[in-house]
Design a protein around this ligand. Structure first.
Ligand code: NAD
Length: 438
């Protein structure tokens, strides 16, 4: 079977490479010529562990191609996956579906034999049907079915997630489309991955319902962390005590500076808008959106409080910029709010991230100083703030902070370190939802 993947970003590139690893012939298409040129030269445009090797292996085997030329890839394909972005639309919180609809118009003229058009992008309920209408209006003779197949991979573990997912969700309208999707996911079926077939609307909603639920879970434990700080409880023990209950589960109960990334912020907003459009109440999700935005700003306020209320002309080191470790993705990362607020308050902010420096440059204030290593970032700083829990920061000892820094204030927004070890070494150590409070 031949597959065309339109959009070669985090999802399209990983999905395309993984489908080729399954043994299918895959052509990944992107409208960005620089991206395609880079990939064809063997360099990945994103940081994702294991991706470069996977792409190189399958490209060398002749199963994986990259191009800007959409027509031939679509004409030859049995299945066309749409994997373009669906960011928040400027001004109103709805998902911006213009990239998805553009792809629908672009692929339509090239559809000849029966083709399955699969929406892998995260799209609001009704989008799949609209994609179908656009294709039918553009090419009256096109023989196709629309499928919804949302992607659940996590950046940083994307390949493992694609190859061994908890489940595959497929929304279909016909038996023919179901057969094609079954064939495409046969390698996962063989390892007993649950494959859930639904109608289009259900599949589209499962993705939003899942992401919003995870965002609720994160915000819930963050609010519990705030309460723990007031009452002298330890949020990790609270999370453990909750998570041992199988109805709750122990995942996504780690407190932090608020969720970010390319999915939760935009997907919670889009779900709230879908509910609003249909006159139903998802106020839980609305509350989480508001709380999370507030929480990111509150993290900057914690730094300022730890510095006695004034950070003007103070050197502050920020370790970690990406929204989570093992990715270079900076979209909606809490680091953006934190660095922006501290800079606006007059602090001299210097930053270091193992992989996200390039992405961060366009998003952080012009005054931000970018450092090459954690050690140079900490050197001479009055305070340090750990925003992303990269392994290399976990390895830092109390001595590494004390010897490098001028001041003694350390804010650990990911609870990476042992409070007693940090305090015993003489650091003024603050973490989230534990015995140290602000
Ligand atoms: P991305 O921004 O990394 O990549 C999108 C790519 O599509 C870009 O390279 C862009 O140049 C390309 N593109 C846009 N219009 C095009 C067109 N007309 N023709 C060809 N290429 C085009 O996006 P992403 O992070 O991969 O996300 C894609 C979708 O998958 C989104 O809907 C997102 O919500 C969803 N998703 C993302 C993740 C994730 O972790 N990033 C996980 C699950 C689902």
């Amino acid at each position: 079977m031949k597959i065309a993947v339109i959009g070669t970003g985090y999802v399209g590139l990983v999905s395309g490479a993984c489908f080729s690893e399954f043994g299918f012939f895959v052509t990944c298409v992107d409208k960005d010529p620089a991206k395609i040129k880079m990939i064809n030269a063997g360099t990945m445009p994103i940081y994702e562990p294991g991706l470069e090797e996977l792409v190189a292996r399958n490209a060398a085997a002749g199963r994986l191609h990259f191009t800007t030329d959409l027509g031939p890839a679509v004409a030859a394909a049995d299945a066309v996956f749409i994997a373009v972005g669906t960011p928040t639309r400027r001004g109103d919180g709805y998902a911006d579906l213009s990239f998805v609809y553009d792809v629908a118009s672009e692929i339509a003229p090239f559809l000849n034999d029966y083709t399955v058009i699969v929406t892998k992008s995260t799209v609001p309920v009704g989008t799949g049907r609209e994609v179908g209408s656009i294709i039918a209006a553009t090419n009256a003779t096109a023989n196709f079915d629309i499928v919804s197949n949302p992607e659940f991979l996590r950046e940083g573990a994307a390949i493992a997630d694609f190859m061994r997912p908890d489940r595959v969700v497929v929304g279909v309208q016909s038996e023919a489309a179901r057969d094609v999707m079954r064939a495409l996911y046969r390698p996962l079926f063989l390892i007993e991955t649950p494959i859930l077939f639904t109608n289009l609307e259900t599949s589209e909603l499962i993705k939003y319902a899942s992401n919003a639920f995870l965002a609720v879970k994160i915000s819930y434990i963050n609010q519990m962390a705030d309460l723990c700080e007031k009452v002298g409880a330890d949020v990790h023990d609270v999370a453990k005590g909750m998570g041992l209950d199988k109805r709750i589960g122990n995942k996504f109960l780690h407190p932090g500076p608020g969720y970010g990334g390319s999915c939760f912020p935009k997907d919670t907003l889009a779900l709230a808008k879908t509910a609003e459009q249909h006159g139903t109440d998802v106020s839980i999700v609305g509350a989480v959106v508001t709380y999370n935005a507030h929480r990111k700003m509150a993290m900057a306020d914690r730094v300022i409080s730890a510095m006695g209320g004034v950070v003007k002309d103070t050197e502050i080191a920020v370790l970690g910029l990406a929204f989570k470790p093992e990715t270079d993705d900076m979209r909606d990362s809490p680091s953006i709010d934190i660095v922006t607020v501290l800079s606006a308050a007059g602090a001299h902010v210097r930053v270091y991230d193992p992989k996200a420096m390039h992405e961060a440059k366009a998003l952080l204030p012009a005054t931000t100083q970018f450092c090459d290593t954690a050690a140079s970032c900490l050197h001479g700083a009055a305070a340090a703030v750990v925003v992303t829990e990269w392994n290399e920061f976990r390895a830092l000892t109390p001595t590494s902070f004390i010897e490098a820094m001028k001041g003694r204030v350390l804010l650990d927004l990911r609870n990476v370190y042992d409070p007693s070890a940090m305090q015993a070494a003489g650091l003024e150590y603050y973490s989230i939802g534990r015995e140290t409070k602000l």
